[in-house]
Design a protein around this ligand. Structure first.
Ligand code: MRU
Length: 343
């Protein structure tokens, strides 16, 4: 399964529609920038690194369709497209990082004819994906050094192959450990309200033959108390300069429970997720989504009183004091030392 792919011949981004999983494996060929926006906004492609890759490929496909030979006008239209895609989701740093990187490449090459700038953009989008694959592999190798054979591991949301390239981030040590006979026992939180844990993590780990047990989010403390968890590993949408992190809603509750039961809490993030311009976790913009995701989605009939008030933040912030270490492709860092991953 390939989460995101650039089809150069047909100038489109091919996305595995994650809203259809695990029931249906459907690929979408996306060319219009409005459809790229829609795919990111509706979580057809989701997970911080995958959003970054999709945005880079999407802005390239859009730029390639700009029928303009005047570089200045081309760059202006490119910048409009970039701003538009940046509004698709607010929290994952990788979206902004990838789009900024693409724009820098375009501007650096503004002396070239437009057709050559387009070529540079195509190469850059592919490079962003290749780097993501390499980063995930390294995160997996570093992460594995922190884990013992036969460990119980709890994860929240989906920071797997569907959310990034190939190995995923939080799942990378699990996949590599599996190749090496580590015999992990994974517990996946179902992750209300969009069920990324049930629909995606349980699905992809079970497909790889990994021992995975699905639990409801409110069971995490109970499995920890029973002694079934040796480490918690989660992904991340943004790391602030001080080492606080934002990840899927519920992550901070898992971190608090892990602290209570003295279980190490690891966060996996490629350096593209680190944002030194965001000083602390409280400065990270948190996406709020439609309350119907709580009251209606997945139910055959509404399970909440008609018109009930809802609050539906998609992410929460885990403060650095609850984080044992942040695992990046550059190595393993104490949260307060995360700036070192960028030097
Ligand atoms: O709303 P989502 O599904 O995009 O949220 C995804 C997460 O919170 C992941 O844990 C995070 O993006 C890391 S993915 C490697």
């Amino acid at each position: 399964m390939e989460t995101v792919r650039l089809d150069i011949e047909n100038n489109c981004v091919v996305i595995l529609d994650q809203t259809q999983l695990p029931g249906k494996e459907e690929y979408l060929n996306i060319r219009r920038i409005e459809d790229i926006y829609d795919a990111i906004y509706k979580l057809k492609v989701r997970g911080a690194p995958a959003i970054g890759v999709a945005a880079a490929m999407g802005i390239y496909v859009y730029a390639n369709d700009i029928n303009e030979e005047d570089t200045e006008i081309f760059l202006r239209k490119f910048s409009d497209g970039k701003k538009y895609l940046e509004a698709s989701r607010p929290t994952a740093r990788n979206l902004f990082w990838a789009l900024e990187r693409m724009e820098e490449r375009a501007v650096e090459n503004k002396e070239l004819p437009v057709k050559n700038i387009k070529k540079v953009l195509c190469e850059e989008a592919l490079k962003i994906q290749e780097e993501d694959i390499a980063s995930c592999r390294k995160i997996g190798e570093y992460g594995l050094t922190l884990l013992k054979k036969n460990s119980g591991i709890l994860t929240h949301c989906n920071a797997g192959a569907l959310a990034a390239s190939k190995y995923g981030t939080a799942t990378a040590p699990i996949y590599i450990g599996n190749e090496r006979g580590y015999n992990f026992k994974v517990f996946a939180d179902e992750t209300r309200p969009l069920l990324q844990g049930a629909r995606l993590t349980a699905f992809e780990l079970a497909n790889e033959g990994i021992d995975v047990t699905l639990i409801c989010d409110d069971m995490a403390g109970a499995v920890m108390k029973k002694g079934l968890i040796d480490a918690v590993i989660v992904g991340c949408d943004r790391v602030a300069a001080n080492g606080d992190i934002a990840n899927k809603i519920g992550t901070s509750m898992v971190a608090a429970a892990a602290r209570r039961y003295k279980i190490p809490f690891y966060v996996c993030a490629p350096s593209s997720t680190i944002d030194l311009n965001t000083l602390e976790g409280k400065d990270i913009p948190i996406e709020e989504r439609d309350g119907k995701e709580i009251t209606h989605l997945w139910y055959e009939k509404p399970m909440a009183p008609e018109g009930i008030k809802t609050f539906n933040p998609a992410f929460d912030v885990t403060e650095r004091d609850l984080i044992t270490a942040i695992i990046t492709e550059k190595g393993i860092f104490a949260p307060e030392k995360i700036k070192d991953a960028l030097t």
